[in-house]
Design a protein around this ligand. Structure first.
Ligand SMILES: Nc1ncnc2c1ncn2[C@@H]1O[C@H](COP(=O)(O)OP(=O)(O)O)[C@@H](O)[C@H]1O
Ligand SMILES: [Mg+2]
Length: 237
């Protein structure tokens, strides 16, 4: 039962006017690959931020492996969060970027080296150790970001629109590479996107959001053949 995430009746507002999440319920079994799909402003990033613990919630419960997360600070959750803009350290080389989280955890140097090499191998970056990240292409940067996020062996992986800063052609290519890497890992993953083709490619289950609410959760077939309402039908067409 490791890696099971449950959200119950989660509400999050920003001031009295802006409701960002409304009564969100979600159960994710260990190893599930979920995509969160919704238009801009629907609350996708907010959902990741509250799971990561970067933002507090107003009410509800968030439980991971049977334990409430509400009193667990972000750094103790051991969740991986890949930001939309990758947020790499520009003054560090590839090795240092990937090693960063391991050094923060005070891992021994030899273990850091081994783990970084494994991650570079996984993401096809062997030989890039000493390259500066600002010399890399968008696709290479994305792979460094993924290697850095996976290095500390997170219990949950969250990816916030990981392809949105890339051009169309590259996006198509990297979507395939990224989903291939993720699907080989037995890690619970939440992939956020506003693009339905991406959502269906990245997750076996898709959660559709609108204005902070979950409109529907299901497989590609559920959503396309049995949309919960007209809005979902139109949004997916
Ligand atoms: N810091 C903030 N202050 C006020 N409103 C915010 C803030 N961050 C996000 N919002 C609002 O919360 C809602 C959800 O935003 P967000 O989670 O970023 O959506 P998405 O990632 O789906 O585009 C939007 O209406 C947005 O305007
Ligand atoms: Mg967002």
């Amino acid at each position: 039962m490791t890696g099971e995430l449950i959200l119950e009746q989660v509400n999050k507002s920003y001031g009295p006017e802006v409701l960002m999440l409304r009564d969100v319920n979600l159960t994710l079994a260990q190893g599930t690959h979920l995509s969160v799909l919704g238009p801009s402003g629907s609350g996708k990033t907010t959902l990741l931020r509250i799971i990561a613990g970067i933002e507090p919630i107003d009410s509800g419960r968030i439980v991971f492996n049977g334990r409430s997360l509400l009193d667990v600070p972000p750094y103790k959750r051991n969740f991986g969060y890949m930001f939309q803009d990758f947020a790499l350290f520009p003054h560090m080389d590839v090795f240092q970027n990937v090693a960063f989280g391991l050094k923060m955890k005070k891992m021994a140097r030899q273990s850091v080296n081994t783990r970084v090499e494994q991650m570079l191998d996984l993401t096809g970056l062997t030989g890039y150790e000493n390259r500066r990240v600002n010399e890399l292409s968008g696709g290479e940067r994305q792979r460094v970001a993924l290697a850095r996020t996976l290095a500390p062996q997170p219990r949950l992986l969250m990816l916030d629109e990981p392809l949105s800063s890339l051009d169309r052609v590259l996006r198509q290519k990297l979507l395939g590479e990224l989903t291939a890497i993720i699907s080989d890992l037995n890690i619970t993953t939440i992939f956020v996107t506003h693009d339905h083709e991406e959502a269906f490619a990245a997750g076996s289950t898709v959660l559709v959001m609108k204005e902070g609410r979950v409109e529907q959760k299901g497989s590609r077939e559920d959503l396309t053949l049995r949309p919960a309402n007209d809005w979902v039908r139109q949004f997916l067409s």
